[in-house]
Design a protein around this ligand. Structure first.
Ligand code: BEZ
Length: 211
Protein backbone atom coordinates (compact mmCIF):
# COMPACT_ATOMS: atom_id res chain seq x y z
CA UNK A 1 0.00 0.00 0.00
CA UNK A 2 1.17 3.53 -0.70
CA UNK A 3 1.97 6.25 1.77
CA UNK A 4 -1.16 8.16 2.73
CA UNK A 5 -1.95 11.49 4.33
CA UNK A 6 -1.52 11.31 8.08
CA UNK A 7 0.84 8.32 7.94
CA UNK A 8 4.24 8.61 9.58
CA UNK A 9 6.61 9.10 6.64
CA UNK A 10 8.63 5.87 6.36
CA UNK A 11 12.13 6.28 7.70
CA UNK A 12 15.14 5.12 5.65
CA UNK A 13 18.87 5.46 5.41
CA UNK A 14 20.20 6.15 1.93
CA UNK A 15 23.25 7.41 0.07
CA UNK A 16 22.83 10.93 -1.21
CA UNK A 17 24.95 13.50 -3.00
CA UNK A 18 25.58 15.01 0.45
CA UNK A 19 26.49 11.74 2.19
CA UNK A 20 24.44 9.15 4.00
CA UNK A 21 21.06 10.44 5.19
CA UNK A 22 18.75 8.85 7.73
CA UNK A 23 15.54 10.61 6.85
CA UNK A 24 13.94 11.28 10.26
CA UNK A 25 17.24 12.25 11.85
CA UNK A 26 18.11 14.50 8.90
CA UNK A 27 14.79 16.34 8.93
CA UNK A 28 14.61 16.71 12.72
CA UNK A 29 11.74 18.99 13.72
CA UNK A 30 11.62 20.75 10.36
CA UNK A 31 9.18 20.35 7.56
CA UNK A 32 10.55 18.39 4.60
CA UNK A 33 9.73 17.96 0.94
CA UNK A 34 10.78 14.68 -0.66
CA UNK A 35 10.36 14.48 -4.42
CA UNK A 36 11.25 11.83 -6.95
CA UNK A 37 12.47 12.02 -10.54
CA UNK A 38 12.15 9.25 -13.11
CA UNK A 39 15.79 9.04 -14.13
CA UNK A 40 19.05 10.98 -14.40
CA UNK A 41 19.98 12.88 -17.58
CA UNK A 42 16.36 13.36 -18.60
CA UNK A 43 15.12 16.69 -19.91
CA UNK A 44 12.11 17.51 -17.73
CA UNK A 45 13.93 16.47 -14.55
CA UNK A 46 16.85 18.70 -15.47
CA UNK A 47 14.57 21.74 -15.60
CA UNK A 48 12.76 20.72 -12.41
CA UNK A 49 15.92 20.39 -10.36
CA UNK A 50 17.12 23.83 -11.45
CA UNK A 51 13.73 25.30 -10.53
CA UNK A 52 13.77 23.54 -7.15
CA UNK A 53 17.32 24.74 -6.41
CA UNK A 54 16.38 28.33 -7.24
CA UNK A 55 13.56 28.20 -4.69
CA UNK A 56 15.56 26.63 -1.86
CA UNK A 57 15.83 29.97 0.03
CA UNK A 58 12.02 30.19 -0.02
CA UNK A 59 11.65 26.66 1.36
CA UNK A 60 14.26 27.49 4.01
CA UNK A 61 12.31 30.58 5.07
CA UNK A 62 9.44 28.19 5.78
CA UNK A 63 11.69 25.85 7.78
CA UNK A 64 11.35 23.17 5.09
CA UNK A 65 14.27 20.97 4.02
CA UNK A 66 14.42 19.63 0.46
CA UNK A 67 15.53 16.20 -0.70
CA UNK A 68 15.26 14.67 -4.17
CA UNK A 69 15.45 11.09 -5.41
CA UNK A 70 16.20 9.38 -8.67
CA UNK A 71 16.72 5.67 -9.16
CA UNK A 72 20.27 6.12 -10.43
CA UNK A 73 23.41 5.98 -8.28
CA UNK A 74 24.82 9.02 -6.49
CA UNK A 75 27.88 9.01 -8.76
CA UNK A 76 25.54 9.52 -11.75
CA UNK A 77 23.68 12.31 -9.89
CA UNK A 78 26.98 14.14 -9.38
CA UNK A 79 27.74 14.02 -13.12
CA UNK A 80 24.19 15.14 -13.96
CA UNK A 81 24.41 18.10 -11.57
CA UNK A 82 26.94 19.74 -13.88
CA UNK A 83 24.39 19.70 -16.71
CA UNK A 84 21.67 21.07 -14.44
CA UNK A 85 23.87 24.04 -13.52
CA UNK A 86 24.80 24.60 -17.19
CA UNK A 87 21.22 24.53 -18.42
CA UNK A 88 19.34 26.29 -15.62
CA UNK A 89 22.04 28.40 -14.00
CA UNK A 90 21.24 26.85 -10.62
CA UNK A 91 23.47 24.39 -8.78
CA UNK A 92 21.56 21.64 -7.01
CA UNK A 93 21.84 22.70 -3.37
CA UNK A 94 20.03 19.89 -1.55
CA UNK A 95 20.74 16.16 -1.22
CA UNK A 96 19.74 13.87 -4.07
CA UNK A 97 19.14 10.26 -3.01
CA UNK A 98 20.74 7.55 -5.13
CA UNK A 99 18.33 4.64 -5.17
CA UNK A 100 19.54 2.10 -7.75
CA UNK A 101 18.01 -0.82 -5.86
CA UNK A 102 14.75 1.16 -5.49
CA UNK A 103 14.54 0.68 -1.73
CA UNK A 104 13.22 4.16 -1.02
CA UNK A 105 11.16 4.24 -4.22
CA UNK A 106 9.37 1.06 -3.17
CA UNK A 107 8.96 2.22 0.42
CA UNK A 108 7.11 5.31 -0.84
CA UNK A 109 5.32 3.55 -3.72
CA UNK A 110 7.05 5.78 -6.26
CA UNK A 111 7.11 3.10 -8.97
CA UNK A 112 3.78 2.74 -10.75
CA UNK A 113 4.31 -0.36 -12.90
CA UNK A 114 1.55 0.45 -15.36
CA UNK A 115 3.33 3.72 -16.14
CA UNK A 116 6.87 2.27 -16.03
CA UNK A 117 8.28 -0.65 -14.09
CA UNK A 118 11.76 0.83 -13.91
CA UNK A 119 11.39 4.58 -13.47
CA UNK A 120 9.88 6.47 -10.54
CA UNK A 121 6.92 8.71 -11.20
CA UNK A 122 7.12 12.34 -10.10
CA UNK A 123 6.03 11.95 -6.50
CA UNK A 124 6.01 14.68 -3.89
CA UNK A 125 5.64 14.18 -0.15
CA UNK A 126 5.49 17.09 2.25
CA UNK A 127 6.19 15.91 5.78
CA UNK A 128 5.43 17.96 8.89
CA UNK A 129 7.54 18.52 11.98
CA UNK A 130 5.70 15.56 13.56
CA UNK A 131 7.04 13.33 10.71
CA UNK A 132 3.50 12.83 9.39
CA UNK A 133 2.69 13.12 5.69
CA UNK A 134 0.76 16.33 5.01
CA UNK A 135 0.66 16.22 1.20
CA UNK A 136 1.15 13.68 -1.55
CA UNK A 137 1.16 14.45 -5.24
CA UNK A 138 1.86 12.31 -8.30
CA UNK A 139 2.68 13.58 -11.77
CA UNK A 140 3.63 11.50 -14.80
CA UNK A 141 7.14 11.55 -16.19
CA UNK A 142 6.31 13.90 -19.06
CA UNK A 143 4.83 16.70 -16.93
CA UNK A 144 7.15 18.92 -14.93
CA UNK A 145 5.94 20.10 -11.55
CA UNK A 146 5.37 23.70 -10.53
CA UNK A 147 7.61 24.39 -7.54
CA UNK A 148 5.94 27.75 -6.89
CA UNK A 149 2.73 25.76 -6.41
CA UNK A 150 4.51 23.53 -3.90
CA UNK A 151 5.51 26.64 -1.94
CA UNK A 152 1.89 27.82 -2.06
CA UNK A 153 0.74 24.45 -0.72
CA UNK A 154 3.36 24.59 2.02
CA UNK A 155 2.06 28.02 3.05
CA UNK A 156 -1.45 26.59 3.22
CA UNK A 157 -0.32 23.56 5.25
CA UNK A 158 1.55 25.78 7.68
CA UNK A 159 -1.45 28.10 8.10
CA UNK A 160 -3.64 25.10 8.90
CA UNK A 161 -1.08 23.77 11.39
CA UNK A 162 -0.60 27.13 13.09
CA UNK A 163 -4.00 28.81 13.00
CA UNK A 164 -6.82 26.27 12.36
CA UNK A 165 -7.60 27.81 9.00
CA UNK A 166 -8.03 26.35 5.54
CA UNK A 167 -7.37 28.04 2.21
CA UNK A 168 -9.92 28.39 -0.58
CA UNK A 169 -9.55 27.54 -4.25
CA UNK A 170 -6.70 29.39 -5.92
CA UNK A 171 -5.71 31.09 -2.64
CA UNK A 172 -2.58 33.19 -2.68
CA UNK A 173 -0.49 34.73 0.12
CA UNK A 174 -2.30 37.68 1.70
CA UNK A 175 -5.80 36.64 0.68
CA UNK A 176 -8.57 35.75 3.09
CA UNK A 177 -8.65 32.25 4.55
CA UNK A 178 -11.40 29.99 5.83
CA UNK A 179 -12.01 29.14 9.48
CA UNK A 180 -12.16 25.36 9.78
CA UNK A 181 -15.61 23.98 10.70
CA UNK A 182 -14.29 22.45 13.95
CA UNK A 183 -13.90 25.97 15.42
CA UNK A 184 -17.18 27.31 16.86
CA UNK A 185 -18.31 30.87 16.17
CA UNK A 186 -17.65 31.72 19.82
CA UNK A 187 -14.11 30.41 19.67
CA UNK A 188 -13.56 32.07 16.28
CA UNK A 189 -14.36 35.46 17.82
CA UNK A 190 -11.47 35.14 20.27
CA UNK A 191 -9.11 33.24 17.98
CA UNK A 192 -9.47 35.63 15.03
CA UNK A 193 -9.40 39.18 16.46
CA UNK A 194 -9.59 40.68 12.95
CA UNK A 195 -13.12 39.26 12.79
CA UNK A 196 -14.79 37.02 10.26
CA UNK A 197 -17.58 37.09 7.71
CA UNK A 198 -19.98 34.14 7.56
CA UNK A 199 -20.87 33.83 3.86
CA UNK A 200 -22.75 30.70 4.89
CA UNK A 201 -22.85 29.24 8.40
CA UNK A 202 -20.23 26.73 7.27
CA UNK A 203 -18.14 29.18 5.21
CA UNK A 204 -16.52 31.80 7.43
CA UNK A 205 -13.68 33.88 6.05
CA UNK A 206 -11.11 35.90 7.95
CA UNK A 207 -8.01 37.87 6.95
CA UNK A 208 -4.85 35.76 6.80
CA UNK A 209 -3.85 35.61 10.50
CA UNK A 210 -0.07 35.89 10.07
CA UNK A 211 -0.11 38.99 7.82
C1 BEZ B 1 12.09 13.72 -18.38
O1 BEZ B 1 12.48 13.92 -17.25
O2 BEZ B 1 12.25 14.54 -19.26
C2 BEZ B 1 11.39 12.46 -18.75
C3 BEZ B 1 11.70 11.30 -18.07
C4 BEZ B 1 11.06 10.14 -18.45
C5 BEZ B 1 10.11 10.16 -19.45
C6 BEZ B 1 9.79 11.34 -20.09
C7 BEZ B 1 10.44 12.51 -19.73
Amino acid sequence: MGVRLGDVAPDFTADTTQGSVTFHEWKGNSWAILFSHPKDFTPVCTTELGAAAALKPEFEKRNCKMIGLSVDPVESHHRWEGDIKDVTGHAVNFPMIGDPDKTVANLYDMIHPNASDTMTVRSVFIVGPDNKVKLTLTYPAATGRNFQELLRVLDSLQLTAGYSVATPADWKQGEDVIIVPAVSDADARTKFPKGFVAKKPYLRVTPQPNK
